[in-house]
Design a binder for this molecule. Structure first.
Ligand code: ZN
Length: 244
């Protein structure tokens, strides 16, 4: 065999092997799902789930659990916001609010939603903070989102308790607070034109936003929030408003 042919064979062999998933990851990791696994999602998340489950994981932060609905989280958000207002002077409440404001300030320039394509997930998470800043979103709503998700999870016996789920669930809530880009203009041919672009709420950008919020609220959760969380979870449950 010529040197060249040997090289080519070697190259093909490496290619074939790389294309074969290792035995462990051949099937989706979700129990009872026998579909073949993919190595990752289009958002760059490394997952070992099938297409359906990796898509679910990308959007919801859990391969199994759906997202909490606005209706399910509503009572918790309301209870937490009232608590944050009543404790506005508490040093740990102030610390969390300051940290969210720092995220706003450090986010860099505001970008229109249609300019996000091709940016890294981290850059898109910064853009999300800049949108919240521009929309003058009350930083307490961001703090409340984290605590509300903590409470919903605490009250839910079927919850996915991994921190990734918490991060993604909170990020989805916060992502929704800053709406997309909306433009309207007159065009010579078609008359009035409209453009509505919403940033995609899935993938690694949500993990970045979520861990930013987790860090911002860490001291508050550690020092004062726990008794409040327990009390408010009971409060919401007593009224039959907790997630089922
Ligand atoms: Zn699957």
């Amino acid at each position: 065999m010529s040197n060249w042919a040997a090289k080519r064979n070697r190259r093909n062999e490496v290619k074939t092997r790389a294309a074969e998933p290792s035995h462990m990851f051949r099937h989706c990791r979700v129990i009872g799902c026998n579909k073949p696994a993919r190595a990752g999602t289009e958002d760059g998340l490394d997952t070992y789930f099938c297409r359906t489950h990796s898509d679910h994981y990308s959007r919801h932060g859990s391969p199994y659990n759906r997202s909490y609905t606005a209706k399910e989280l509503g009572p918790y958000r309301k209870a937490v916001l009232a608590w944050l207002e009543a404790n506005a002077e508490d040093q740990w409440v102030r610390n969390a609010v300051d940290r969210v404001e720092t995220l706003y300030r450090a986010a860099g320039p505001h970008l229109e939603a249609f300019r996000l394509r091709g940016l890294s997930p981290e850059a898109r998470s910064k853009a999300a903070w800049a949108r919240l800043r521009k929309a003058k979103t009350d930083p307490r709503r961001v703090v409340a989102a984290w605590l509300a998700v903590e409470m919903a999870i605490a009250a839910d016996p079927q919850a996915d308790r991994k921190s990734e789920y918490k991060r993604v669930q909170t990020a989805k809530l916060v992502h929704r607070m800053a709406s997309g880009t909306h433009k309207r203009w007159q065009s010579g041919v078609g008359g009035e034109q409209e453009l509505h672009v919403y940033p995609r709420s899935r993938g690694r950008v949500l993990r970045h936003i979520g861990s930013d919020i987790e860090e911002a609220t860490a001291l508050l959760v550690e020092h004062t929030a726990s008794p409040m969380l327990q009390g408010s979870a009971r409060y919401a449950e007593d009224r039959g408003q907790g997630p089922g």
